[in-house]
Design a protein around this ligand. Structure first.
Ligand SMILES: Cc1ncc(COP(=O)(O)O)c(C=O)c1O
Length: 406
């Protein structure tokens, strides 16, 4: 592998912070943000970042310097956004089960608008907002389109819990018309993840346009349509880019040309995944029958994605002599679980003490990490332009115990 990340030698990062270590190459992240801004911003499409993919105060500070807005779905994400200096006008709230405190934060204008997921949320928000100035809201609609990679289907929408069912949308517009404390400014639909073709996004946007026309016919000031996130990335860093952003942006822009609507998107993975790597130390290499196992000093606690839904991450071996032919191996963590991190190829001389890096771990890795086995979560480091800094401390065993009362 290129033995540096963000221009910093990987061995230096490991020596400074230890392993496991979560690294975000902010040079790479900056390039991704530029790519999205050029393709979409250049065509009048607003780009937001889905905070759920990965968030910490340092990342918000980075994003606040760009044009991105931020989608949050919890008070924890909102507080992080605020501490990182993100202005409220650039934050909006998602989620299908918002708490009363979260709804109160929306009414207090700590975000620009709420994306309402269900009828109950609408009524709870209307109750809290009664008597005050109108709160801007969007409706999340279940358009019935589901997409994954090239495939997409129109279903009754029965496979997802999210959004207002198509059969209930017109009625919901009517309910909103009778709740003047809520102002319907837009519609939203997110149809899946890992999508590498434009047509599902464009067809979904077409349905949003139809619903938006119906909302406007009822007098709602709908002007924004959020076409969701879900833009896919390639399987390995050497592959060609999976999704042509220019094509997608041009087709989305064409779909709303001549309408009163502005489009927005909210990718998470496609913005941050490629910038992330997780560095592990090899603790053991063993054979069980014909299978070779490589055990590293992290695992499903810091990256549950392979175990959860078979996510693939490309493995790089740091400092490999590379003269040895590659051997198939199962990469495992140190959890008391069958915590496979993937089927990989490793040099035959790989041994304890070597460093390996899982790539494209920027999205849904640290943000989904847990304290399983009472392991502490690893530190997070930003590396760019040859320098590095820690933006999240690693958890020590005492930190893992901090909420125990005994
Ligand atoms: C509503 C919504 N928007 C955006 C995203 C981001 O998706 P991705 O990271 O695949 O771009 C998600 C992911 O679950 C989501 O639920």
């Amino acid at each position: 592998m290129d033995e540096s990340i963000g221009g910093v030698p990987v061995r230096e990062l490991a020596a400074t912070y230890g392993t496991p270590l979560h690294i975000i190459d902010t040079d790479e992240l900056g390039l991704e943000v530029d790519r999205f801004e050029r393709a979409f911003g250049g065509r009048g499409i607003t780009v937001g970042y889905a905070a759920k993919a990965f968030l910490c105060i340092g990342l918000v500070e980075f994003i606040a310097q760009t044009k991105l807005r931020l989608d949050v779905c919890s008070l924890g994400e909102l507080l992080t956004a605020e501490r990182g200096g993100m202005p409220a006008q650039r934050i909006y709230f998602h989620g299908c089960g918002k708490t009363d405190l979260e709804l109160a934060a929306i009414v207090e204008r700590r975000v620009a608008f709420d994306v309402i997921d269900n009828a109950e949320e609408l009524e709870r928000l209307a109750f809290l907002a009664a008597g005050g100035p109108p709160v801007d809201v969007m409706l999340r609609i279940n358009t019935g389109i589901e997409a994954h990679t090239h495939e997409y289907v129109r279903t009754g929408g029965e496979n997802t819990k999210f959004g207002i069912a198509a059969a209930d949308v017109l009625n919901t517009f009517g309910v909103l018309a009778a709740r003047p404390q809520l102002r319907l400014i837009g519609l939203h639909s997110h149809i899946g993840s890992g999508i590498i073709d434009a047509p599902p996004f464009v067809d979904n946007l077409g349905l949003l346009v139809e619903w938006a026309d119906a909302a406007r016919a009822q007098g709602h000031p709908v002007t924004q349509l959020i076409a969701g996130g879900g833009m896919g990335i390639e399987a390995t860093p050497a592959d060609a880019r999976a999704l042509d952003l220019d094509v997608l942006a041009a087709e989305l822009a064409a779909r709303v040309a001549g309408t009163p609507y502005r489009v927005a998107i909210e990718p998470g993975r496609a913005l941050i995944a490629r910038a992330g790597s997780t560095l592990y130390g090899v603790v053991a290499v063993k054979r069980q029958g014909r299978r070779r196992f490589v055990i590293v000093d992290g695992g499903m606690a810091d990256n549950p994605r392979p175990a959860l839904y078979g996510a693939h991450h490309h493995l790089d071996v740091v400092d490999s002599a590379a003269i040895e032919p590659a051997h198939p191996a199962t990469l495992c963590g140190r959890s008391c679980e069958n915590d496979r991190l993937g089927d990989v190829m490793v040099p035959g001389d790989l041994r304890a003490g070597d460093l390996v890096a899982l790539r494209t771990t920027g999205a849904y890795t640290y943000s989904m990490a847990s304290n399983y086995n009472r392991f502490g979560r690893p530190p997070v480091v930003f590396a760019a332009n040859g320098s590095h800094r820690r933006v999240v401390r690693g958890e020590r065993p005492e930190d893992v115990l901090r909420n125990d009362l005994g």
